[in-house]
Structure formats: structure tokens, C-alpha cells
Design a protein around this ligand. Structure first.
Ligand SMILES: [Zn+2]
Length: 67
């Protein structure tokens, strides 16, 4: 009858974790991004000296067009 469960955290804990702030601000809408919504997009930008430079830009998933 007893069923072993391998879930490490209950859903309330996971939900709370998802709502935690990441400290990132969405480049598109300008509001803070929570753990569950964070999407880091890697972009290559040219610097003024002509050298390409990778950087990561934070988006909400929904702001980037992902649902
Ligand atoms: Zn956004």
C-alpha cells in the first residue's frame, strides 16, 4: 500500500521558489523577473572597438515570446 515518493519538495515550496526574485530586470518591460519566468538570452554585441562581445540579456519568458 505504501508508496515511496521521490519528490524532494512539496508543491507549495516549489511555487514559493518560483516566485522568488532573481535580481534581474526584464529588458523589455522593465519589471523584475521571478525564478519561474527568467530567460537569459545570449546576444553578441559589437563594441566600439569593433570586437564582438557576448553578453546575456534577461527577459521574462512571455516577453521573449515563449509561453
Ligand atoms: Zn518582461
Amino acid at each position: 500500500m505504501a508508496q515511496a515518493t521521490k519528490m524532494g519538495a512539496d508543491s507549495a515550496t516549489l511555487e514559493a521558489r518560483r516566485r522568488m526574485g532573481t535580481g534581474h530586470t526584464c529588458i523589455r518591460c522593465g519589471s523584475e523577473i521571478t525564478q519561474g519566468e527568467l530567460l537569459m538570452v545570449r546576444v553578441v554585441a559589437m563594441e566600439t572597438n569593433g570586437r564582438p562581445r557576448n553578453r546575456k540579456v534577461p527577459y521574462h519568458r512571455k516577453c521573449y515570446g515563449l509561453l
